[in-house]
Write a protein that binds this ligand. Structure first.
Ligand code: NAD
Length: 396
């Protein structure tokens, strides 16, 4: 046990501390949201979530468990508390999730390690086979800056760069709240191939083939991975940049997996505040503008609202999954509505440091960012000492 107070220590676009009580409250709020929507009919009963500790993966796990009473196995790469230092937010989130699932009588176990490695894949399959037999849904929600190829040991790094020519655009320094112009160098060398290697569909395919070979997939099992498209203002850095090429690859991988007989789909989700999205230039300013507009129109959603709606209204419906002409599930449908995008465009050019607080929802962006790490959560006494050494129930 290590009792201490924990304060946020933000370094650029990460916070290196996390608060166990705040993270637990965040998880409970997501659980409460899903429970308030009522049960999801036809929901999967045994679910594997790869990348289950934060962001969209965590919310997918919560939606499956508390909307469908699913048994869940989660895989993630998180840092437990060490020498009195707080654990990472994803660790605390997963502890809170397991505690709540167990209290509700649901199976929940977690595996902490590199999901790109053969060892963690095998450990996951062994656990599935021993405890659940076969799964009926596999969520693939990894966001990582690097990947070690399990066959060769070579390390690949993903980049967030425009392709072909440099790109300059407005961006917000999320720490200081200043709007500045950023100039981003064009990709070079193997940047595109390397980003595809990390964030494309190769690893998803390895997972699905391994699960099938181990007979760990139920006959009608589905698998869903996540992508993003977004607005024109972010195209050079996102959709038409190195990461966009990886997302295209992921989407094509779904088509390829379907021809092999897998029920594989990509869901295009909306822009939300997560550890992954806060690292992308230009996107945080877009999110701050988007949130204001979507809130004004009563359409605002975070990760849990998105994942609940994906399960309830897009996947587990008669004739589902509901897909577009490119076979993509679109939970970004409200974000991409013409009236929303026109409204974003109308303010984008006028945003400066002076009107950032009044003309965008940057205040919520900052609040949401700190909440990712369990800070700024209502009802938590941040001056009180907490035990930062919290064991994972399923690993104890
Ligand atoms: P996130 O950073 O919140 O979550 C990433 C997850 O991956 C965590 O659980 C982390 O532990 C896990 N992870 C990373 N590297 C790992 C490794 N080597 N081994 C095991 N686990 C590992 O990110 P997110 O924003 O929720 O992104 C998840 C997916 O959703 C990504 O494909 C992303 O592109 C997509 N997406 C995000 C947004 C957005 O606005 N955030 C929008 C649309 C789609």
């Amino acid at each position: 046990m290590t009792l201490t107070t924990v304060k946020p220590r933000v370094r650029g676009f990460v916070c290196v501390t996390a608060h166990p009580t705040g993270c637990a409250k965040n998880v409970q709020e997501q659980i409460d949201y899903v429970k308030a929507q009522g049960p999801v009919s036809g929901a999967p009963k045994k679910v594997l979530v790869i990348g289950s500790s934060t962001g969209y993966g965590l919310s997918s796990r919560i939606a499956a468990a508390f909307g469908g009473d699913a048994a869940t196995l989660g895989v993630f790469f998180e840092r437990p508390s060490d020498k009195g230092r707080p654990a990472s937010a994803g660790w605390y989130n997963s502890v809170a999730f397991e505690n709540a699932a167990h209290a509700a009588g649901l199976y929940a176990k977690s595996i902490n390690g590199d999901a790109f490695s053969n060892e963690i894949r095998q450990q996951t399959i062994d656990t599935l086979k021993a405890d659940l037999g076969q799964v009926d849904l596999v969520i693939y929600s990894l966001a990582s800056p690097r990947r070690t190829d399990p066959a060769t040991g070579e390390v690949f790094k993903s980049t967030l760069k425009p392709i072909g020519k440099p790109f300059s655009a407005k961006s917000v320094d999320t720490d200081k709240g200043l709007v500045t112009d950023v100039s981003l160098e064009a990709s070079s060398g193997d940047d595109v191939e390397n980003t595809i290697k990390v964030m494309g569909g190769e690893d998803w395919t390895l997972w699905m083939n391994a699960l099938k070979a181990a007979d760990a997939l139920a006959p009608d099992a589905k698998t869903i991975a996540y992508s993003y498209i977004g607005p024109e203002v972010t195209f050079p850095i996102y959709r038409e940049g190195t990461i966009g090429k990886a997302k295209e690859h992921l989407e094509l991988t779904a088509n390829g997996l379907r021809t092999l007989g897998f029920n594989a789909y990509v869901s295009v989700n909306k822009a939300v505040v997560t550890q992954a999205s806060s690292a992308i230039p230009v996107v945080p300013l877009y999110i701050a503008i988007l949130f204001k507009i979507m809130k004004e129109k009563g359409l605002h959603e975070g990760c849990i609202e998105q994942m609940d709606r994906m399960m309830r209204e897009k996947i587990y419906v008669d004739g589902g999954p509901i897909i577009d002409d490119r076979s993509l599930i679109r939970v970004d449908d409200w974000e991409m509505r013409e009236d929303i995008q026109e409204a974003v465009k109308a303010v984008w050019g006028d945003i400066t440091s002076d009107n950032l607080m009044t003309d965008t929802d940057f205040a919520s962006y900052q609040k949401d960012f700190l909440r990712l790490f369990g800070f700024g959560v209502e009802g938590v006494d941040y001056d009180a000492e907490v035990d930062v050494e919290v064991p994972m129930p399923s690993m104890a």
